[in-house]
Design a protein around this ligand. Structure first.
Ligand SMILES: [Zn+2]
Length: 97
């Protein structure tokens, strides 16, 4: 799935509800999901087999990021293009900054 396809499906599923909620409250949800990802990453040290949960938390954070981008009129795939030529500052792959 391309980034643009992901953003589109997230819009189809959540845009109406998320636009009613607004950017500020949606951003709060995004941060909460980042917190859940942090807990899952920390938990990895004790439950090393829980890759499925970890993968789900990454998907959730990505989905909330995509919906926020949509609310703010940002095309995520277009935004990601700044990394296409390498590091946006030094233009090297890998970064030499
Ligand atoms: Zn660099």
């Amino acid at each position: 799935m391309k980034i643009s396809e992901f953003q589109k499906i997230i819009e189809d599923i959540y845009f109406e509800r998320d636009s009613q909620r607004g950017v500020d409250k949606t951003f709060t949800w995004f941060v909460e999901e980042v917190g859940e990802l942090a807990r899952e990453i920390r938990g990895l040290h004790t439950h090393s087999e829980n890759k499925t949960r970890l993968k789900e938390e990454f998907a959730d954070v990505f989905a909330w990021l995509a919906t926020l981008a949509s609310l703010l009129g940002i095309d995520l795939e277009e935004a990601a293009h700044i990394y296409r030529q390498g590091c946006p500052k030094c233009h090297k792959i890998p970064c030499k900054c």
